[in-house]
Ligand binder design. Structure first.
Ligand code: WT7
Length: 650
């Protein structure tokens, strides 16, 4: 390869863990040969393969064409009509699943609620009528800013039922971040709660919405779910209580017959510029791939209690807490709060009490558990677990082995799943009864997913040669565009590598054909499995009156994967000190949310730049990585010297 990317993989992992015979014997896909056969068939005819999977959904009208591909715009199951809410609810009501638990919910303070499919259906129908009563129509956008309570899933399914497009905003985002998203999506109505619980404290969601609303001229109404009972401001005419509207709502609401390409949701994610991108997902293709992957990757069975620990505010929660599992008629465990409340064993306590069978979590969480120590796990009988999963970032082999031994007791397959907000559903993963796993690799693409690793000019890379991870063929749950910005969609994903989808990861493929994800190659930081654009953090910093210029980079962090290091030059005459650092951290939290707070702040007289004026991030990354973590008190007066040394790097 002529232009290998800079990231060098240092891993040389050789431990192989084949699935146990017992697991394979009962799995949906029982051997590696079976996977390879399926893969080859799907590779020869991806449309035929996905059409077959789409048949397991209920369609009001079958499609005429499986795929209409107008690069880079895809339409799947063209001419078909269906409804996601119908597929997640109504169709189970005519089967024995009617009285099966759909959601088993546990609040952080300890309350429990169970909603059967019948009960969930009733709530969704009522809330769909509530939305209609607030003048929400098919095609309108609704924002959801909620804690992890069943009402969030109810609101999503109610939107899907009437054809409104939801945009869930993670409960950690600030008022400014909410306003950006609400305005970009031209949102008409917001659903929120008075508050939620996190680590014993109350997160005051409605107050944050109140602070966002003066900047959101299109919002006509706010519906407030009462979760904590805290005193909040209700603006008459605009704000309504969830329980009051629900009490008056009709219980029947037929699911709207929607086009396969009807917009299901927009989810904002960070990119390389300061403005988050509204990733648009639609109906038929999205549900086909989320339903299929939930069943195959988690080897889901009707008897399972399935727990994905992700917050619904992220794509993992959309695809693998709500839509994928409910389309399969699964029993989903949902937990509101923190893993260390009231004590460090909360997760294991939940698994023991509910007899959870499948656990899907993030490498960053696993590393936190390692740090807390295995004694918290050993207090509990977690032998009900039969399958473990991870997502969000590469899992380091040490964390993988701990997960395998301490949580899986050596008997649970681990599915390391690679995908993105943009891909909508899992793309690379072991199939747990079929694929021998190796710590640190997500293994092979799923059947129907055609990927490659290429150089910048699109040449396929050889074995173990680093390159760009790309998709060669459209897949059903792919993003359709960046909401309202087709040009940005083209530029971000389809212009880097000729005729290929590229969303920013470097990877290599080993002799087995296993994919090793080496991390982002763009200016995106992966903090605890969540993406943040360096430009977003930078623009938040420079909006502070003391800051002249800022550069943000990621540096390795043992627990979070990456931490945020920022380099700041100040407006004339200002002196940087500890107080200003705290002020800047608070400022970034206000602009974006606490998740974006810089871990280290360094004041410097100048940022190192190339002749053409580009900030030399690679250099800053080295400085950030090499620095003493505790000692973020230094002023980097030496950067201008380094600048001279690297002057011709452009
Ligand atoms: C980025 C996507 C998909 C839901 C969670 C994050 C990284 C994700 C893995 C994995 C290595 C992974 C990639 C990807 N990533 N899963 N199993 N192994 N890296 O969604 O915020 O859209 O981030 O997360 O870098 O591009 P997201």
């Amino acid at each position: 390869m002529s232009d290998p990317i800079a990231i060098e993989s240092v891993l040389n992992e050789t431990r192989v863990f084949p699935p146990s015979q017992e697991f394979s014997a009962n799995a949906h896909i029982k051997s590696f040969e079976e996977y390879e056969k399926l893969y080859a068939e799907a590779e020869a005819d991806p449309e035929g393969f996905w059409a077959k999977q789409a048949e397991s959904l209920d369609w009001f009208k079958k499609w005429d064409t499986v795929l209409e591909w107008n690069e880079p715009f895809a339409k799947w199951f063209v001419g078909g009509t269906l409804n996601v809410s119908y597929n997640c609810l109504d169709r189970h009501l005519t089967t024995w699943r009617r009285n099966k638990a759909a959601i088993i919910w546990e609040g952080e303070p300890g309350e429990q609620r169970t909603l059967t499919y019948q009960q969930l259906y009733a709530e969704v129908c009522k809330f769909a009528n509530v939305l209609k009563g607030q003048n929400v129509k098919k095609g309108d956008r609704v924002a959801l800013y909620m804690p992890m309570v069943p009402e969030l899933a109810i609101a999503m399914l109610a939107c899907a039922r009437i054809g409104a497009t939801h945009t869930v905003i993670f409960g950690g985002f600030s008022a400014d971040a909410i306003a950006d998203r609400v305005n970009d999506g031209k949102v008409k109505l917001i659903v929120t709660a008075d508050g939620g619980y996190r680590r014993g404290a109350e997160v005051t969601l409605k107050n944050t919405i109140d602070n966002a609303l003066p900047n959101c001229p299109n919002v006509e109404a706010v519906i407030v779910f009462k979760r904590t009972g805290t005193k909040i401001n209700m603006s008459s005419g605009r704000d309504h209580w969830w329980h009051e509207l629900m009490a008056a709502a009709e219980t029947e609401c037929p699911a709207e017959e929607l086009d396969s390409e009807h917009p299901l949701y927009i989810l904002y994610t960070s990119g390389t510029t300061g403005k988050p991108k509204g990733i648009l997902h639609t109906t038929g293709g999205y549900l086909t791939q989320t339903a299929y992957t939930t069943k195959m990757v988690f080897d889901l069975r009707d008897e399972d209690i399935y727990w994905c620990t992700a917050d619904i505010g992220w794509v993992t929660g959309h695809s693998y807490v709500v839509y994928g599992p409910l389309a399969n008629g699964a029993t989903v465990l949902m937990y509101e709060g923190a893993p260390n409340y009231p004590d460090y064993d909360r997760f294991w306590d939940i698994i023991e009490r509910h007899r959870v069978n499948i656990l899907y979590t993030a490498p960053t969480a696993i590393r936190v558990f390692i740090r807390w120590g295995e004694s918290h796990v050993l207090k509990h009988d977690i032998s009900s677990l039969r399958l473990l999963g991870t997502v969000g970032e590469p899992i380091n082999p040490e964390a993988w082995m701990w997960y395998h031994h301490v949580i899986g007791k050596g008997k649970c397959p681990i599915v390391d799943t690679w995908w993105q907000t943009e891909t909508g559903a899992i793309m690379i993963s072991p199939l747990p009864g079929a694929t021998p796993t190796v710590p640190g690799t997500a293994t092979r693409p799923l059947p129907g997913i055609l990927l490659d690793i290429v150089s910048k000019s699109g040449e396929p890379a050889g074995d173990n040669e680093g390159g760009y991870l790309v998709a060669k063929h459209p897949w059903p749950s792919m993003l359709r565009t960046v909401y309202g910005d087709d040009e940005r969609y083209k530029k971000t994903y389809w212009s880097e590598i000729p005729n290929r989808y590229f969303a920013g990861d470097g990877a290599r493929r080993d002799e087995r054909g296993y994919y090793w994800i080496m991390g982002r190659v763009d200016d995106v930081i992966n903090v605890s499995g969540h993406r943040l654009g360096t430009a977003e953090v930078e623009s938040a910093l420079v909006s502070h009156e003391a800051v002249a210029e800022a550069a943000a980079v990621g540096r390795p962090d043992e627990v979070k994967g990456q931490a945020i290091s920022v380099f700041v030059t100040l407006e004339g005459g200002r002196k940087g000190d500890e107080a200003l650092k705290n002020e800047l951290r608070a400022h970034v939290a206000k602009e974006i949310g606490a998740l974006a707070k810089p871990d280290d702040i360094r004041f410097t007289d100048a940022l190192p730049k190339t002749r053409s004026g580009k900030i030399m991030r690679r250099l800053l990354r080295e400085v950030a990585a090499g620095a003493d973590v505790a000692g973020d008190v230094t002023t980097l007066e030496d950067l201008s010297v380094l600048e001279k040394l690297r002057d011709d790097e452009d």
